[in-house]
Write a protein that binds this ligand. Structure first.
Ligand code: ADP
Ligand code: MG
Length: 341
């Protein structure tokens, strides 16, 4: 096959594969490099987890409707979520920022007030970073460092046929919240006198602007003696993220539309803006819920836990990954394209 010539043809994950393929680990301490929610480094009696995310103004956030305090909080939380997705505990973060000349001191203080709030809430320490200027807009890069015992650590690759597929919380609300913010932004641009109508969707807006990482779910599973076999956090939408588990585990899946958890406010909002709540859940992303599989022998135990839904099961890789819609029709799961390109 000809070598691909354009980034658009590869997509985000194709591009990552393309540029990292030639790298072979040279250190015995590198247990897991590229390809999971966090890298895993051997520290003799435990593992270090390292994950990083870059947030770019105009791509990941819009300062017209994003309070900087919320942005600071979210930029930390999205990284902690990746550490929890490895069944680990985050301990430190570094924060690097590139500031455009329109950012005031007050604005940076607000950003860091949000970062501090997240550090305090999740018990992590800010231990460094870098500060520079930017010609285009604000950039924030956070790296989270965590730990896990060698026996607790959970990869995307551990799912097996007949495992039960579970997801925490609910899905789609963050994407729907973003649709409202975008809608009100357009109305505001067209007429500055119109007051934004956002009070009716507090839950969806909070999910978009100030998400939480599911520390509580990792703790709950541990307390109940349930070890997830494969896990990922839902940042790109249920469909993409479940396909990552399937691909890396060499399996397939069947999920049921009527089992996918959607918050009542999200369902109401989807109805109002003519969007299918299932599409928001499957393809929306930024939910930062945990998607994981457990052995089918744990089914009764997992069903008893609050705020965790069983949405389907793992099948043999010879099957197409599917969602069974409410009307019984099988719909093939597809990964999302690269939204930001
Ligand atoms: P997540 O959504 O969990 O943050 P990503 O989809 O961003 O994960 O990344 C998937 C994997 O690819 C991770 O292991 C990440 O570290 C790695 N990765 C992403 N971009 C790059 C890059 N430019 N160079 C090397 N590794 C990368
Ligand atoms: Mg992730």
């Amino acid at each position: 096959m000809d070598k691909p010539q354009r980034i658009e043809d590869l997509g985000e994950f194709g591009l990552i594969d393309h540029i990292t393929n030639d790298f072979v680990s040279q250190n015995k301490s590198t247990i897991k490099g590229v390809g999971d929610d966090a890298a895993v480094i051997d520290c003799v009696d435990h593992c270090r987890l390292i994950t990083t995310d870059l947030l770019v103004e105009g791509i990941h956030f819009d300062l017209i409707y994003t309070p900087l305090r919320h942005l600071g909080y979210k930029s930390v939380v999205v990284n902690l979520s990746d550490v929890y997705a490895m069944n680990g505990k985050p301990e430190q973060i570094t924060v690097s920022i590139a500031l455009s000349n329109k950012i005031t001191l007050k604005a940076v203080e607000e950003l860091y007030a949000g970062i501090k709030l997240a550090c305090d809430k999740y018990g992590v320490d800010l231990v460094g970073g870098d500060t520079t200027s930017s010609l285009t807009g604000l950039l924030i890069s956070v790296t989270a460092i965590g730990r896990a015992s060698k026996t607790d650590i959970c990869y995307r690759s551990g799912a097996e046929v007949n495992d039960v597929i579970c997801v925490s919380g609910n899905l789609g609300a963050s994407y729907l919240g973003l649709q409202i913010l975008e809608r009100e932004k357009q109305i505001f641009i067209s007429d500055h006198k119109i007051k934004p109508e956002i009070d009716r969707y507090p839950y969806c807006l909070q999910r978009q602007l100030k998400p939480e990482a599911r520390k509580d779910i990792v703790e709950k599973l541990e307390k109940n003696g349930i070890k997830p076999k494969a896990m990922i956090d839902v940042s790109d939408g249920l469909s993409s993220d479940l396909l990552h588990i399937c691909k890396q585990s060499g399996v397939s899946c069947k999920v049921f539309e009527d089992k996918i958890p959607v918050h009542t406010e999200a369902a109401q909002l989807a109805f109002e803006i003519n969007t299918d709540p299932t599409i928001a859940a499957m393809n929306g992303g930024e939910d930062y819920e945990l998607l994981f599989t457990v052995d089918h022998s744990e089914y009764d135990k997992i069903c008893k836990l609050d705020d965790i839904s069983v949405i389907g099961y793992i099948t043999d890789k010879s099957n197409t990954p599917v969602m069974i819609a409410r009307n019984g029709v099988e719909v093939e799961l597809k990964a999302q394209g690269w939204k930001h390109l």
